[in-house]
Design a protein around this ligand. Structure first.
Ligand SMILES: C[S@@+](CC[C@H](N)C(=O)[O-])C[C@H]1O[C@@H](n2cnc3c(N)ncnc32)[C@H](O)[C@@H]1O
Length: 191
């Protein structure tokens, strides 16, 4: 008997797998977020920090990086690696409410493989919109396919579901592409 539907946890080993690094190097998500130098960035659902090293490189000495991650094991791994960096603000909470980040408090939002793990992706995407400054940009990725078991169907982002999500706020959708089964969308908050 499956338990109640809840946000999914992921295996740390899968997140840092060499095959992922080969097929989906961090730059695939970070290039569309440029320019990043001096930017304040929120990595929502940061996991073990797959993008953190490259983000810290790109934001430079005056940038700031909020790494929001509710799984304590993942957040521990992330802070063990990067926690000594004063530009990093690790936050152990769900991305559907991040009161530590003020309205319009960041220039860039990264949601890499997160909306496909949460029961309420609308709440998470809305929170991304709230914290993003006008004219700011978000990159959102999620699997474009998967075995639609009954349980997985609950998390699946079909085209119709995506269209409903993105209509909840006046996002401007700048691009959408599919690479090796992963959908990658670039959104902007109107200036
Ligand atoms: C597939 S992993 C992706 C992690 C990271 N973004 C990456 O690209 O490697 C999904 C992450 O979302 C996290 N997560 C689950 N529910 C969440 C929520 N409500 N808010 C933020 N993150 C969540 C999981 O703990 C996991 O670390």
């Amino acid at each position: 008997m499956p338990g109640p539907i809840e946000d999914r946890r992921c295996r740390a080993g899968a997140l840092g797998h060499p095959l992922r690094r080969w097929l989906f190097p961090a730059r695939v998500e970070l290039d569309p977020l440029e320019p990043l130098r001096g930017a304040h960035v929120a990595d929502l659902g940061a996991g073990i920090g797959y993008h953190v090293e490259r983000l810290l490189e790109r934001i430079g000495p005056t940038g700031r990086l909020y790494a929001v991650e509710p799984d304590p094991d993942h957040l521990t791994l992330l802070t063990e690696r990067f926690g000594s960096d004063g530009r990093l603000v690790p936050l152990g909470r769900s991305a559907n409410s991040v009161p530590e980040i003020p309205d319009a408090g960041v220039d860039r939002v990264l949601l890499s493989l997160v909306l496909c793990c949460v029961v309420d992706p609308g709440a998470v995407l809305d929170e991304g919109y709230r914290i993003l400054a006008p004219g700011g940009r978000a990159v959102v990725t999620y699997p474009a396919w998967g075995i639609p078991t009954a349980r997985r169907r609950r998390y699946r982002l079909t085209e119709e579901r995506w269209a409903r999500l993105v209509r909840r706020r006046p996002w401007l959708e700048r691009s959408s592409e599919r690479r090796f089964g992963v959908r990658r969308r670039v959104l902007e908050k109107p200036a």
